[in-house]
Ligand binder design. Structure first.
Ligand SMILES: C[S@@+](CC[C@H](N)C(=O)[O-])C[C@H]1O[C@@H](n2cnc3c(N)ncnc32)[C@H](O)[C@@H]1O
Length: 402
């Protein structure tokens, strides 16, 4: 992706996201059934959504391309937004003699490590050493050390992960050194050296932003990074990194930054059933509270063990009542449970509109980061490093200095 194509992409996304804010800046969980929707003037969209049966909603939730086709007649610029989300996928071989390093690593995670490791090695040269940022136990670092036989510094906050990771690296005889430290503290600057290739697999919000800033300032020779958890930031709003991002009128709150992450790889029927039950219970109790007490606004109820859900709605309400000292009578619970179920279906229906904006919002964030690197003189590419079934956080930013 050349200089102008990245900024053109950003500019198209920026304009289209600003002009469609009414469609995606919603919180479907908190919209009550009779509330006027932000897109209430779009009669066609309202009719399309209300005609959807439960099976249709279910099917469209799992098929975003079909959903985009259905919603395009109602939402201006939706197709051009999606056009800007197309990325080349790296064709990686996944033939590596690294299987012995995979012990204890879940299958999907291991596939991500293989793909990211290979992508990083392809963009590296023999005089580079590796800096693994927010390394966890350093699984990616192990992979790179084993395949390249070049030293790795693995930087990680949690002491226990550093100790466990160092023990693993030593057991496999790999040239790795863990450094414990805080990626958000100015002291971590000492870990950066110009001949490094920094790698970060799924570094959260501020953590990947700090890596990009340090890399630009210390002129690291290369960066390979897959961002995630955009909402994990210290400030209330997203702080753009690039010139274009800083000039944009798009101000993203933490809630907005959570939107791209709502795309998950589903955990099958059981996980789906648990979610439906839990949401229906929460919405049913919320309706009961709003309509039978002088309660105003949503009362957050703490998270609950999945096993507790099987004890039913009455038990859930009792538990919440005790936990939050709620002064309510738990009468007519069947009525409130059915109300919760109806609100759950409505929530799923409204979420379909937000669903088509998840990837475009993520692309806007990724382009902002990629542009920052480009503006610091890097040759930057943006691609996908694995299929979205392995992880929906599959975007890779790679930057190299000549
Ligand atoms: C999402 S995990 C990714 C770990 C690893 N890269 C992987 O993909 O398995 C984020 C890691 O960042 C570490 N971390 C969180 N805050 C940090 C900080 N302030 N400084 C350094 N590391 C931090 C966490 O302890 C965790 O290991």
């Amino acid at each position: 992706m050349c200089d102008s194509s990245l900024s053109k992409r950003f500019s198209t996304l920026d304009k289209a996201l600003i002009s469609t804010q009414d469609f995606w800046r919603i919180e479907p969980f908190h919209l009550s059934i009779n509330e006027r929707l932000p897109w209430y003037t779009h009669a066609g969209l309202c009719a399309f959504l209300s005609d959807l049966q439960v099976e249709d909603i279910e099917q469209l939730k799992g098929d975003t391309p079909a959903l985009v086709k259905h919603l395009s007649p109602f939402i201006p610029n939706l197709e051009s937004l999606w056009h800007e989300c197309e990325l080349p996928s790296l064709s990686l071989t996944s033939e590596h003699d690294t299987q012995h390093l995979s012990v204890g690593i879940p299958g999907r995670k291991w596939q991500q490590i293989n793909a990211m490791g290979e992508a990083a090695i392809r963009k590296s040269c023999s005089n580079q050493v590796w800096l693994e940022w927010c390394a966890g136990k350093g699984y990616l670092g192990q992979w790179l050390a084993q395949q390249s036989q070049r030293p790795v510094i693995s930087f990680e906050w949690q002491e226990a992960l550093c100790v466990a990771g160092q023990a693993l690296a030593d057991k496999h005889g790999l040239p790795m050194t863990f450094k414990q430290g805080d990626a958000l503290s100015p002291d971590c600057v000492s870990v950066f050296k110009p001949h490094q290739h920094a790698v970060a697999l799924h570094a959260c919000g501020d953590l990947h932003a700090h890596l990009i800033e340090h890399s630009c300032q210390q002129h690291l020779s290369a960066v390979t990074l897959s961002p995630c958890c955009y909402h994990l930031i210290q400030q209330q709003h997203y702080q753009p990194l690039s010139m274009e991002g800083k000039q944009s009128g798009l101000i993203l709150s933490k809630n907005d930054l959570r939107i791209p992450l709502q795309e998950t790889v589903t955990g099958g029927e059981r996980v789906k059933r648990h979610r439906e039950l839990e949401m229906s219970y929460r919405l049913g109790l919320d309706s009961l509270l709003q309509e039978t007490s002088n309660q105003n606004g949503y009362i957050p109820i703490p998270s609950i063990k999945k096993s507790q859900l099987s004890q039913g709605f009455a038990s859930f309400c009792q538990w919440a009542k005790q936990h939050k000292n709620l002064e309510i009578a738990l009468d007519d619970l069947d009525f409130w449970y059915h109300k919760g179920q109806a609100r759950f279906i409505q929530m799923e229906r409204l979420s379909l509109v937000q669903q088509v904006f998840r990837r475009p919002l993520e692309m806007w964030l990724v382009c902002d980061k990629a542009l920052r690197l480009e503006q610091a003189g890097y040759d930057v590419s943006v691609s996908t490093f694995c299929h979205r079934d392995i992880t929906p956080r599959n975007i890779l930013i790679q930057a190299t200095l000549d």
